[in-house]
Ligand binder design. Structure first.
Ligand code: 48N
Length: 319
């Protein structure tokens, strides 16, 4: 069947929310040579080529995001984990609520979690309908196979959603940064309860060495709403729900059950929810609390769980 057509104008309109500066950067010049004219004119002219002058300290000041850390010390919504669920939540939130400041904390240098590949290191990504609705929303081409669709490379999905999210003026991602604890406040209904009021962060390499180097204290981000999508595996998988158990706020984790695609994906999307006041859990981290089945190499539930997590976050934020 013909691949889904996302017209250039649709693609371009998808960038409509990007800041004007960012949008100019992707403005398309005349393409009679296949490249934009400025780039085409550069080719073959390398003998007299040189970059504009710069001083190293200028790069250092431009690169270090201390002003971002300052701006995001107080934020509206934190998303822990920039995997397929977290990125889908960020896209949906950033699009629906450009008035909100959204802070993504991602432990990996490379965001994307498990969504750079399909399954067993093969590259194609399968999503069951109706998750194709999200692919059309963000402009990811796919092959329509009836009850499911195939994105020719998982990285095409992840890089497209990542590009959309990072182009948003109200979203900032701090990668190579780990949430190593949750900020809590006594919950109105009884001292044993807590509500979540933000996250505790550190550079990931620091977080991984607390056992062999003491006194590397963390940083903090205050937020009334936190979405946790930390997945079910990896060094920090299922972080928030494991922390809720260790702080005796959750009795125990039911633990992810065996693979059953038909049950797993519906359960993850339907049960994406606020677990404790101020904390919404989605994606595969949820399977660890609920004892939901795993779904294996199909990603529709991740995308739509992210959409639902965004909807829940807006509901909680607007309370
Ligand atoms: O991709 P993941 O691991 O998690 P999800 O829920 O977005 O997607 C899950 C999906 O990839 C699957 O597992 C598929 C569907 N397979 C299912 C199956 O049955 O096998 O992304 C989580 C992200 C990663 O990028 C981590 O680096 C990050 O969260 N992360 C954290 N970032 C900051 N602080 C933390 N404490 C933390 N923990 C994890």
């Amino acid at each position: 069947m013909a691949p889904s057509a996302v017209s250039p104008t649709q693609q371009h309109s998808r960038l409509a929310f990007a800041s004007k500066k960012a949008q100019d950067a992707v403005a398309v010049g005349d393409r009679d040579s296949g490249l934009t004219k400025p780039l085409a004119d550069m080719m073959g002219q390398w003998d007299n080529f040189s970059f504009a002058p710069i001083r190293e300290s200028t790069v250092s000041r431009a690169m270090t995001h201390f002003t971002d850390l300052d701006a995001h010390a107080e934020t509206d919504i934190v998303i822990i984990g920039a995997g397929s669920c977290g990125l889908s939540a960020a896209y949906t939130l950033g699009t629906l609520r450009p008035d909100l400041r959204i802070t993504i904390i991602e432990a990996g240098v490379a965001p994307g979690g498990g969504a750079w590949l399909g399954g067993q290191l093969f590259s194609a990504m399968v999503m069951r309908k109706p998750a194709d609705v999200f692919l059309r929303e963000v402009g990811v081409p796919f092959e329509d196979e009836g009850d499911y669709v195939v994105v020719k490379h998982a990285a095409l999905f992840t890089s497209t959603v990542l590009a959309r999210v990072l182009a948003m003026d109200n979203v900032k991602m701090f990668n190579a940064t780990t949430v190593e604890d949750l900020i809590t406040r006594p919950h109105e209904q009884g001292a044993e309860g807590v509500r979540i009021a933000g996250v505790v962060t550190n550079w990931t390499l620091v977080s991984m060495h607390h056992d062999d180097q003491s006194c590397m204290d963390p940083n903090t981000v205050n937020a009334p709403v936190v979405i946790s999508t930390t997945g079910h595996d990896g060094p920090f998988g299922a972080f928030s729900v494991k922390r809720l158990v260790s702080m005796k706020r959750l009795e125990q984790l039911e633990g992810m059950r065996g693979l059953d695609m038909m049950r797993a994906e519906d359960a993850i999307v339907k049960n994406t929810r606020e677990i404790v006041p101020g904390l919404i859990v989605g994606g595969m981290e949820l399977s660890e609390i609920d004892g939901a089945n795993r779904m294996g190499p199909t990603f529709g539930a991740m995308a739509l769980s992210g959409v639902k997590a965004a909807e829940e976050a807006i509901r909680v934020f607007d309370l």
